[in-house]
Structure formats: structure tokens, C-alpha cells
Ligand binder design. Structure first.
Ligand code: HEM
Length: 446
């Protein structure tokens, strides 16, 4: 194979439109942009998005594998995520690279691995039952806001060890306000991150964030003298050893990171899953039958849910066809070879989830929702299916997210028969996620 040495002008081909127009298309019509680039230039192409380094997109499994197996000293995800630093703090695992990132991962990863996360999920099923009981009956409604409220309550309860009730409701109100402002596009523009009066988005964000950090500092102090707690906050406090106020800043960065990383993504996944089940009543019926066989009229439990293959296959297929995050980013700290190109330092490399998940060579009839393709259940190939990213930066919350999606879907499908209340939703960018534009309009039939 001939290796092409890339200067900025000799990167893989890509659209010639000016970079502001490419950025506009990437924000407003990402699916169309991805598909047209794949058609015109093949699986490896370059996008030039205004204000950012050139980004080389890859989706061929061999190239995705090369990126995920590459050295974390060369492929920097923290630099690619820098835009979220004002929200999650400068010591967040999301924005660190190399050895500081590895240190954070060593602290956090064991809390999320396999069964380790289950003790923190105590109220998961009860929270799902309450959210489903509160859904409107007999009228059309958008599911996404309900899914967002549920996943925020779930992650708050698991993180802070707060049971369902008034304390969780108060925490929810404060955090929900913070998350809503955090999604304001102006916060992504550095010059707008100033306190110009008390009503600017940054000032409101800053006020809410300070209040939450003060609340967290009290919780850290309490957790230090309560060694037997199973919530994630207490386990993070004990995993990292002693420390003063500086350590509280780091702990709060970790908690804020998990809130931000683990709420909108899961809500979007849940909304898309219900979208698919509403538009595929046969799949919904088969899932209901499997759930009834497992639970009868009894309560739902997290461990049994993990043993129902069809439920997991439906989630895998949802995350394949409608991945909440459509791409993951790395910035090269040194030259790197991929897709037959030798790319220089400073360039971005982007494994494109959306394109890889629609590759007809890997996924026959890629546009169809076919959960059966994952049955009998096996772990999908990590270079062809990677809604949770991969390699040294693979999502820490994957197991947590799978538990919450299983519980929320199971309770919804067991307690209601869901029908679409309109045409299938079209995907729209909402901050970093690609969400159903109309929020998934549904009606509960019975
Ligand atoms: C369906 C739900 C979710 C999806 C689709 C998702 C997807 C992702 C993706 C694509 C990444 C980037 C991986 C990479 O760069 O290779 C990521 C990172 C991360 N996610 Fe998730 N995520 C979900 C839920 C969660 C939850 C529930 C939590 C926490 C409880 C969480 C915590 C994190 C953290 C901490 C990282 C950063 C890992 C690192 O940089 O080392 N995620 N996630």
C-alpha cells in the first residue's frame, strides 16, 4: 500500500465549501453531511469546521480499530473535549489526557465495572415506576422531556445516594436548571463566558454551579465519616484518599462530569428506543411477552432484566441505528497513520459512529430497525458498533446506562401499550447529542 504523507493541504479529500458553511451543515444536517461525504469521498474524508483543526473522519472497521488501539499519548481525547471544561472543571476525566487521565480512570473505572455499579442502583426500578405512572394518559405527548427528567433523577440518586422523596426532588430542581443552562449555545463561545450582569447565561450558570459545588462539599465531608455507603459519591471520596479543599474541587469535578456525561445521552437513547418500539408494534409485543414470562405480575428486578436477550438486543439496535453521540474525537499530539494516510500532529481524527453503524458491509439493510440481527446475543464487534466510543476512552458509564435503559424500557413496556402520535421523528442536533427533533410524540393506548 502507498502511504500518503499529509500536509494540511494533502489530507484525505473533503468538501470544498468554506469552513463556516461546513460547520453550519455539521450542526444543522449532520446525517446528510456524513452520508454525502461517504458517497463522494469514501470512508476516509476531511471536514474543515470553522474555528477547529481539520478533522479526518474514519468509519472503516480496520481504521476505527487502529484509532481505538492507538497510544493515548498520541490520540488526545481530552483536547478534543476541551469545549466542556467550563461546565465539568479542569480536572474532569473528560478533558484530561495521558497520565493525568489514566490516574482519574483508575479511580473511577472500578466503580462502574460489571456488577460493581449495581449497589448504587438501589432505587432504579422505583424511579422508573414513578416516572411511567406520571406519564399522561389518553393524550399525545412528547416523551423526551420525561426521559430527561427520569435519567437525571436516576443519576442523581445513584451518585448522591438519595432515596426517592423531597430531598431528591429539590436536588433535581437545582441540577435541572444547571443542565438546561449548560446546554445554552453561548456557553460554548469563550468570550461569552463572563459575568456581564446577573442575567447572562454564564452568570446564571455560575450561580447555580457555585451553589451545587457548595452542597457537594458538605456531602463530601459527611461521606468521609460514613465508610459503609454504597452510593457513587461516597465511593469516589473513599477511592481517592484524604484531602482538603483542593481535593473537594476535584471530587466536585468528577460528580459534575458524571452528571453531564450520563444524563442527556441516556435520555436520548431511551427516547429513541421508545420511538422504534412505537413504530414497530410487533417488536413491542414480543418484548412484552418476554417480560411477562420473566416477571408475571411481580416486581421488575435489575439482575433478571440483564438475562432477557431481546431487551438487550433492542437497546443494541437502537444505539446502532440512532446513536445519541454520532462521533468521537481525538486530536493528534504526534503524527499517526490511518486509512493509508500519514497524518500530522494537530489534526483531528474522528471515528464516525453514525457512518460505521450504517455500513452495509457490516449491517445488511442498515436503515431498518431489526433487533433480531443481535440475536442470539453476543457482544458486538467493537470496531463496527461503538455507541460508547472505544479504547482508553471508552464510556465509563456503559454498564450503568445499559441497566437504566433496560429498567426504563421494561417498566414502560410492561405498564403501557405505546403508539406513535405522528410521523416518525427526524433526528436533530441538541447540543452534543442527535435527538428526535419532535421529542418522540406518543400516545399510551392502555
Ligand atoms: C446511552 C448512554 C450513553 C452513551 C451513548 C454514552 C456514550 C459515550 C461516548 C461516545 C463517550 C466517548 C468515548 C470515546 O471518546 O471513545 C463517552 C464517554 C464517557 N461517558 Fe458515556 N455514554 C452514555 C452514558 C453514560 C453514563 C450513564 C455515564 C455515567 C454514569 C457516562 C460517563 C462517561 C464518562 C465519564 C466518559 C469519559 C470517559 C473518558 O474520557 O475516559 N456515560 N460516553
Amino acid at each position: 500500500m502507498v502511504l500518503r504523507i499529509s500536509t494540511d493541504r494533502a489530507l484525505p479529500p473533503g468538501p470544498r465549501r468554506p469552513s463556516p458553511a461546513q460547520l453550519h451543515a455539521w450542526i444543522t444536517e449532520p446525517e446528510r453531511l456524513y452520508a454525502s461525504c461517504r458517497r463522494r469521498f469514501g470512508p476516509t474524508f476531511t471536514l474543515r469546521l470553522f474555528g477547529q483543526p481539520p478533522k479526518v473522519f474514519v468509519s472503516d472497521p480496520a481504521d476505527v480499530r487502529a484509532v481505538f488501539r492507538g497510544s493515548d499519548e498520541v490520540l488526545h481525547a481530552g483536547r478534543a473535549n476541551a469545549v466542556v471544561e467550563p461546565i465539568v472543571g479542569s480536572t474532569s476525566i473528560l478533558v484530561l489526557d495521558g497520565s493525568p487521565h489514566r490516574v482519574q480512570r483508575r479511580v473511577l473505572a472500578p466503580l462502574f465495572r460489571g456488577r460493581a455499579v449495581q449497589p448504587a442502583l438501589g432505587d432504579l426500578v422505583a424511579l422508573c415506576e414513578r416516572a411511567v405512572a406520571d406519564l399522561p394518559r389518553g393524550e399525545a405527548f412528547a416523551l423526551l422531556p420525561h426521559a430527561q427528567a427520569l435519567t437525571l433523577r436516576i443519576i442523581l440518586a445513584a451518585l448522591l445516594g438519595v432515596r426517592q422523596g423531597p430531598e431528591l426532588d429539590a436536588l433535581y430542581d437545582r441540577t435541572d436548571a444547571l443542565m438546561r443552562i449548560a446546554g445554552h449555545p453561548l456557553l460554548l463561545v469563550p468570550p461569552a463566558r463572563r459575568r456581564l450582569g446577573s442575567l447572562t447565561p454564564w452568570a446564571r450558570f455560575d450561580d447555580h454551579q457555585q451553589a451545587l459545588r457548595a452542597d457537594l462539599a458538605e456531602r463530601f465531608a459527611r461521606a468521609r465519616v460514613e465508610p459503609d455507603r454504597t452510593d457513587l459519591l461516597a465511593r469516589i471520596v473513599h477511592a481517592g484518599g484524604e484531602g482538603g479543599p483542593e481535593r473537594d474541587v476535584e471530587l466536585a469535578d468528577a460528580v459534575l462530569t458524571l452528571l453531564v456525561a450520563g444524563h442527556e445521552t441516556s435520555a436520548t437513547g431511551l427516547a429513541w428506543a421508545m420511538h422504534h418500539l412505537a413504530h414497530h408494534p410487533g417488536e413491542q409485543e414480543r418484548l412484552r411477552a418476554d417480560l411477562r414470562a420473566a416477571f408475571g405480575d411481580g416486581p421488575v428486578d435489575v439482575a433478571t432484566l440483564a438475562e432477557i436477550p431481546r431487551l438487550t438486543a433492542i437497546i443494541y439496535e437502537t444505539l446502532r441505528l440512532t446513536p445519541p453521540l454520532t462521533q468521537v474525537g481525538r486530536i493528534l499530539a504526534a503524527p499517526f497513520e490511518v486509512g493509508g494516510y500519514s497524518l500530522p500532529a494537530g489534526v483531528g481524527v474522528v471515528p464516525c459512529i453514525w457512518l460505521a453503524h450504517r455500513d452495509p458491509a457490516q449491517w445488511p439493510e442498515p436503515e431498518r430497525f431489526l433487533p433480531e440481527r443481535f440475536l442470539p446475543l453476543e457482544r458486538p464487534d467493537p470496531s463496527a458498533w461503538f455507541p460508547f466510543g472505544g479504547g482508553a476512552r471508552r464510556c465509563l458509564g456503559e454498564s450503568f446506562a445499559m441497566h437504566e435503559l433496560r429498567a426504563a424500557l421494561a417498566v414502560l413496556v410492561l405498564r403501557c401499550r405505546v403508539q406513535p402520535a405522528g410521523a416518525p421523528s427526524r433526528a436533530r442536533r441538541r447540543g452534543v447529542v442527535l435527538a428526535p427533533g419532535d421529542g418522540v410524540r406518543l400516545r399510551i393506548a392502555d
